[in-house]
Design a protein around this ligand. Structure first.
Ligand SMILES: Nc1ncnc2c1ncn2[C@@H]1O[C@H](COP(=O)(O)OP(=O)(O)O)[C@@H](O)[C@H]1O
Ligand SMILES: [Mg+2]
Length: 260
């Protein structure tokens, strides 16, 4: 990988060369799936990757990575990230009791996020990836402001309503002077298992490219991907030779090129 220096001059709470947030307008569009597999693809390039699962509404990164831990460990006053498949992971899910819906009010959520940025023993990282809560509310906004990002990625599905969301996400990144690296269009099509024909899931819907953002990756709907997610077996690790994993490798390379 090419050498590069962080473009940001703002002081960053985490010791990392680059910090990137993954955002989406709403939940369920594949934000965590993209973040997790992108993190693994980056790590497979020999990069030191930290992943903060900051989605206070649905912290499912530990589940996807097969991390069976519900509490964060503290050593010498520092919160210890969990190491999984070569990446360092911290999640709201290590604080919130499993199965219990926690109501994070603004100040509480902000305090927690602050701690995750400043009190976690991340060590020295090449890339710090943040799985943001969906939407443009106070919490994602405050995370973006606090983490001195080098860029943001927007995950969306190709539906008209999602395109309106993308517009809002673009606004949020622009308001915070965060460079938009591009969008990932998830669940774009499905391949018929019988005749192998590609079926567009939302035909005719305007794509994210109509908003002037670069489409970094298109991801089809793959039943096996959601199955692997549910089993805690990250797709990039279990199916490294698949077309999907190749797409994630290409995404990692494209983003790293942009950053470095
Ligand atoms: N390309 C895909 N093909 C099949 N299932 C997917 C795909 N992307 C995401 N999923 C599934 O859709 C659900 C929502 O994805 P997730 O990554 O948790 O979204 P978000 O983080 O935006 O809420 C999960 O069950 C996940 O396994
Ligand atoms: Mg999620």
């Amino acid at each position: 990988m090419a050498e590069g220096t962080p473009a940001e001059s703002k002081t960053r709470p985490v010791d990392t060369r680059f910090a990137v947030a993954v955002a989406s307008g709403k939940g369920g569009v594949g934000k965590s799936t993209v973040t997790v597999n992108l993190a693994l693809a980056m790590a497979s390039r020999g990069l030191r990757v930290g992943l903060l699962d900051a989605d206070i509404y649905g912290p499912n990164v530990p589940l996807m990575l097969g991390i069976d831990q519900s509490t964060a460990l503290v050593k010498d006053g520092r919160i210890q990230p969990v190491s999984a498949h070569g990446i360092q992971v911290m999640s709201v899910g290590f604080i919130a009791p499993a199965g219990k819906a926690l109501i994070w009010r603004g100040p509480l959520a902000n305090k927690l996020i602050e701690q995750f940025l400043t009190e976690v023993d991340w060590g020295e990282l090449d890339l710090f990836l943040i799985d943001l809560p969906p939407g443009t509310g106070d919490v994602p906004l405050s995370i973006i402001q606090k983490s001195a990002l080098n860029g943001g990625i927007i995950v969306t599905t190709p539906q008209e309503a999602s395109i309106a969301d993308v517009r809002k996400m673009i606004d949020m990144f622009q308001t915070t002077d965060t460079r938009i690296l591009g969008t990932v269009e998830n669940m774009k099509f499905i391949t018929c298992p019988h005749c192998q024909r590609k079926i567009e899931l939302y035909p005719g819907a305007g794509g994210a490219e109509s908003l002037g953002t670069e489409v970094l990756m298109e991801l089809p709907f793959i039943t096996e991907l959601s199955q692997k997610n549910a089993e805690g077996l990250p797709f990039f690790m279990t199916n490294p030779e698949s077309d999907i994993s190749r797409r994630f490798s290409n995404l990692a390379d494209a983003i790293w090129r942009e950053l470095a």
